[in-house]
Design a protein around this ligand. Structure first.
Ligand code: IDP
Length: 149
């Protein structure tokens, strides 16, 4: 079998994208995938699923104990999530750039959050997408959401 040339390229990474329940509810799953594909990234795995408290405790381990943790878990369990593993050169920072700043009100227009999210009060967590923040987080999160990959 032939190995694609980029397989050995260390700049090719994977990252975990989640279309959060607000994004799925608002019919933005296709829009997120469209932007990912238009940018030139490759879809590796896609699954619509319901998160469990255990999965979220691991996914958001750095936020356990914070004041917004339980509301965040409740929000992340308020409907299905589209989990997507994607691949490409420098895709971890590339998708963070596509997603925009955490706070949808402040996120730049042209980004997913800037175009589709606003924040006020408890809505700050409803920001459409998640993207891993480093290659190490990506590996950990992809193993959590896609144990078979
Ligand atoms: P990120 O998703 O932009 O990487 P993080 O700081 O890792 O941002 O926070 C994870 C998620 O937790 C955010 O996307 C958002 O949904 C929620 N969140 C972060 N900070 C707050 C806050 O101060 N209040 C409520 N929710 C928050």
């Amino acid at each position: 079998t032939q190995t694609p040339p980029e397989t050995n390229d260390p700049t090719v990474e994977r990252t975990l994208v989640l279309v959060k329940p607000d994004g799925v509810r608002r019919g933005l799953s296709g829009e997120v995938l469209r932007r990912v594909e238009a940018k030139g990234y490759t879809l590796v795995a896609v699954e619509l699923l319901d998160a469990t408290p255990g999965l979220l405790a691991e996914h958001y381990a750095e936020h356990v104990g914070k004041e917004f943790y339980q509301p965040l878990v409740d929000f992340m369990m308020s409907g299905p999530i589209l989990a997507v593993a994607i691949e490409g050169q420098r895709v971890v920072e590339g998708f963070r750039s596509l997603a925009g700043a955490t706070d949808g009100t402040l996120a730049s227009p042209g980004t997913i959050r800037g175009d589709f999210a606003r924040s006020w009060g408890s809505k700050v967590m409803q920001n459409i997408v998640h993207g891993s923040d480093s290659p190490e987080s990506a590996a950990r999160e992809i193993a959590l959401w896609f144990p078979k990959l």
